[in-house]
Design a protein around this ligand. Sequence first.
Ligand code: ZN
Length: 202
Amino acid sequence: MSKTLFDQALTAAKAYHAALPAVAEFQPWPDDITWADRAGNQIPGAALVQSDPGFAADGIPAVAEVHALQQAIMALAPYAEWRHTYTEEEVGHDFLQRYGWFELVGPTGHFHSLQTRMTIGYWGPDLTYPWHQHAPEELYAILSGSADFMAKGDEDRRLVPGDTRMHGANQPHAMITHEHPILCFVFWRGEGLADDPAMSAD
Ligand code: ZN
């Protein structure tokens, strides 16, 4: 049942990791992965991963592993332990209805590892993800849809499926979706893997 779907997503994630040089260079595939048997948690945004995944943005991406992982994540969405990091005071009610993330691999993930944190994040159209930061270094990799990414000290850039973007330790960053949603695979490395991001001070 759902364990099979998680195994298929992990296999797709590993193939994806090997296929994208920027991802493989960010960190080696962990060698301490074990199944953690965590219960699912559904939130409003989770259903949108299947009903509005963002295909319209750029069609099927050129790299087959990106499409395969996106399909595996869609299949997994009803069983994943979806979370909200933020409060309504921080991001507003609408944001919380159309956003969510879950940890595929990591200290509190469906698959346990202390070497990495690999999360899947989804944001619906026309959302502003305010400036935030965290101690671990981060690599965003786009599975479907598109968004404008901003980071202090770096050029703004619109990312589409197959693109990646790195954020440094405690580098404030933000994101805006427009007419399309976005589905991202996010990798963390370094200290503080189990911590939540914090809103930036200014
Ligand atoms: Zn981040």
